[in-house]
Design a protein around this ligand. Structure first.
Ligand code: HH2
Length: 303
């Protein structure tokens, strides 16, 4: 499997050793020495947890700025819902929602990612200042790899079984971790062959995308196996139905469960957390980092 170059290092808070390096995203170089927080800005009417709240560009821009103030290291703008059962939107509809907000945010000192499956939207977003493309289809659409290769943006390659409309109908795997790992390694290799350097690539197991609660839990428990592919891992567990399945709570009431899942994801090697609740996630990471430092100091004393 393709490995990214980079110095080897310990993942704080776990015994895991993976390639630790920086992520290049357009004009930004993001250190991965600590886990990064990607704040979600959904410009949709039908997203599962916040659909319709930020449809108006002014509200979306205000929300994005608030997430940056709360400590977001990246923003992820999405103008097409990928929730189970979501209907596709047209390219022009997606761009109409996206571009005014992207143009207003492109000058921020925070990289802006665009969550899209469409190569045409990718090209337009990159031209308008996006520093990253987050594709739940891992650049499988014809022309998508070329759109990224022609840019200096980062890309997040996510695993999904099926497509949003039908993906939760009957997900099946013989071995979910191995199948997700093979898919992600192959997609990273396709990007590398097209000239996209390793330090622009992020991988994502795709929690909730064509997976039952048991598949998601198995992936999360063994996610370190994906971190060993050598690319930074992004985990998107925030408010997802997995948390609702475990806690019995609705999407608006899943913060505590989301923080627990995010912490486990970090301990299992995630370097970017895609979240709706930035400030609480930063607090969780601060506690985790302080404890890790204390543990390190004690280990050094003992040596
Ligand atoms: N999850 C969602 C959307 N995009 N991208 C990546 N890389 N990883 C994820 O886990 C992920 C994602 C779903 O969350 P949300 O954007 O809040 O909902 P919706 O797709 O309904 O807009």
């Amino acid at each position: 499997m393709a490995q990214a170059e980079g110095a080897s290092g310990r993942v704080p808070g776990s015994s895991l050793v993976v390639s630790v390096r920086s992520l290049r995203a357009g004009r930004f170089v993001l250190s991965l020495a600590r886990p990064l927080v990607m704040g979600v800005v959904n410009l949709t009417a039908d997203s599962f947890s916040d659909g319709g709240r930020f449809l108006h560009p002014a509200l979306a821009i205000e929300h994005a700025r608030r997430l940056v103030d709360e400590g977001a290291d990246l923003l992820d703008l999405g103008a097409e819902s990928t929730r189970p059962g979501a209907l596709p939107v047209t390219e022009s509809e997606e761009l109409d929602r996206l571009l005014p907000v992207l143009e207003a945010l492109a000058g921020l000192d925070c990289p802006v990612s665009v969550d899209t499956m469409k190569p045409g939207v990718m090209r337009a977003a990159l031209a308008a200042g996006a520093s990253m493309v987050n594709d739940v289809r891992a650049l499988l659409e014809p022309g998508a790899v070329d759109a990224l290769a022609a840019s200096d943006a980062a890309v997040c390659l996510m695993h999904m079984q099926g497509l949003p409309r039908t993906m939760q109908a009957a997900p099946h795997y013989d071995d979910v971790l191995t199948e997700v790992a093979h898919f992600l390694a192959a997609r990273a290799a396709a990007c590398r062959s097209a000239g996209i350097s390793a330090d622009r690539i992020v991988l994502d197991p795709g929690y909730g995308f064509g997976k039952t609660p048991a598949h998601n839990l198995s992936l999360l428990a063994h996610q370190s196996g994906l971190a060993r592919l050598g690319y930074p891992l992004l985990a998107g567990l925030s408010r997802k139905s997995l948390i609702g399945h475990i806690t019995g709570r609705g999407a608006d009431d899943r913060l505590a469960g989301s923080l627990a899942a995010a912490l486990i994801a970090v301990q299992q090697g995630a370097r970017i957390l895609r979240v709706h609740d930035v400030a609480p996630t930063r607090d969780m990471l601060a506690v985790w980092a302080a404890l890790d430092q204390a543990a390190q100091a004690k280990n050094q004393d003992a040596q």
